[in-house]
Design a protein. Sequence first.
Length: 547
Amino acid sequence: MQIFFLTPTFGGDILKGASSGIIAALTEQNLSVGYFCPIADPAQSATIPRGIPSIESLDVDDVIQNICAGRKFDVLETIVDKIEQLKSNNDLDVLVVEGALISSQMISAAEINADIANALNARTILVASPLQDSSDNLMSRLELAALNYDGIDSDQILGVLLTDLTEVNDLDSVSQKFSFSNEEVCHLIGVIPQNQSSEQSAEFIDAIYLKEQLSQPLPVKVSPTAFRHSLIQRASKAKKRIVLPEGDEPRTVQAAIICHQKGIAKCVLLAKRNSVEAVAKKHGVSLPDDIEIIEPNDVIIEKYVPSMVERRKSRGLTSEDAQKQLQDTVVLGTMMLADGDVDGLVSGAIHTTANTIRPAFQLIKTHPDAGMASSVFFMLLPENVLVYGDCAINPNPSPEQLAIIAIQSAESALAFGIEPKVAMISYSTGTSGMGDDVELVKQATAIAQQKRPDLLIEGPLQYDAASVESVAKKKAPDSKIGGKANVFIFPDLNTGNTTYKAVQRSAGVISIGPMLQGLNKPVNDLSRGALVDDIVYTIALTAIQAV
């Protein structure tokens, strides 16, 4: 199912007739069509033909309150969830979605509309009224509106629909009048006169063009909203038990409550109950009566001593030493995972990466087929999701190790719905530079390509050549992934860790991870600067890994 997103380019209810006309036109093409107006203004009242599957709008006041409170992602995830429900109950060819009207009530409508379209990976139709502007002003306004969707000539924009004409004009004259030059700038989908019924409006819409667009493959893109929504849905279905060794750490407690309330995972807090209750009270959150808290007392610790001694017998671990080490809740949580009492572990809000992963390497160990352990971050940028590796584990990987990191990271991307385009990052692109550091990346790329010819892996590439198409055309014109990379493999830990933190903090994006790759069971580390949301999504990610 594809989504056609109608967005108004300026104020006033210029969408009246546009949605109903397009739905009628597509229905006449024997297509199955649905309708959704996520954020309906009281003035917004499209007349939708009977029998068209539709979804109830969100309350506009609730939307505004959530956006003002910094919970825009919650709004977007609700919209995605509603559409997923509609898809599951109806076999649709296309869903027509109306954008929010630009008004005093929704002053950020243009931005919100772009966010919705991106979250849905929708094809956008710009809706405008020629009566409100001169031809030059109209084109300027359309081009300005289109910047929210990567420009008026981008693949995301289907075309322009003009509404509210006072008299019927033929498409050629209107096209010429409003400077749509040979449709190279943007396709003119139609011109709808005023006061038309939906059936009449359909006559003025290029339905053949719209139907043809349904056969065009969409660019493979996973939006941050869709990614987050998928994490929550998949984790909820997994119903896994995740141990949190930092059980009375404030952010961890809040994250566990959210996961409990949303059914994301069954969290196990390792801490004294009175300590967890005190933290919840201090931060004004309600601790559910049935949330699981395990106090790490002597009885609990003693349970895991024999198993730990057996696992570390080659190192000469004694029962006394095991009992001492199990006083550390990270070690205790890792043994719970090793013995199958929980399905995954998340820690690191107050522990260092070394303190979190050392017990995992000792007790969980690396999977025999993996060769080594590495890590990735999922970087939730405003319009897409990138995978960064390795930013947490391996300081100076050899070419062979860097190749394994690239392959593991590509497989992680695939596992979470991202079609990997892997860029091996260096300070040089192609053959433009020389030196040991560049040579390492060249060798690693060759090894990775030889091991996995089915994966799209290129390097060395500079970050800008990998991520910006205009730069790629100059620096790497023959590259298949230039400007389109979504998996970035950094040559060493110094580069990777610095880059992920710079992007996370400067761009204000959510980074989920580091997710460890290559272990027998899922153990995931947190940044000590992690936000509550970071922890929630890392728990969800861990639950999915456990499947």
